[in-house]
Design a protein. Sequence first.
Length: 155
Amino acid sequence: MKKLKYTVFALVLHFFFISCGKDNSQVIESELLIHFTNFEAEAVAHGLDIDLSTIDINGYIQNIETRGALGQCKSYSDGSQQIIVDEQYWNRISDYEREYLVFHELGHCVLEREHNDEKDENGNCISIMQSGNNGCKSVYNTEYKPELLNELFTN
């Protein structure tokens, strides 16, 4: 009888740990999904084969407690990553600014890009990867978008 108890206990523990194991399903909030999809398309257009569905990366719109942080790329020891964008900021910005923010964070997580605070002679940021702390002017619009995307995906 004692052996049966240990066997049942061992089975219960086994199934508990299996059910609590890592869930490999990707979670990307619907408002972020279009920007994840556009990032993939732009990567392919620039000669990179990126399929975000094969990467363990999730995307969330949440309150970010870190002062001044509008978005974050978090990487974990198990290889998973999270893109988090600040909900209050997200709710007051344009679609262009949303794309810029998501592309910036995906630049960190997927392309492993660091910040690039260079600016041109007019004081315009030359990279989507700018930190926001250098005083350059963000010019992500129809005129500058192609140049900024080229810099993002080719450096």
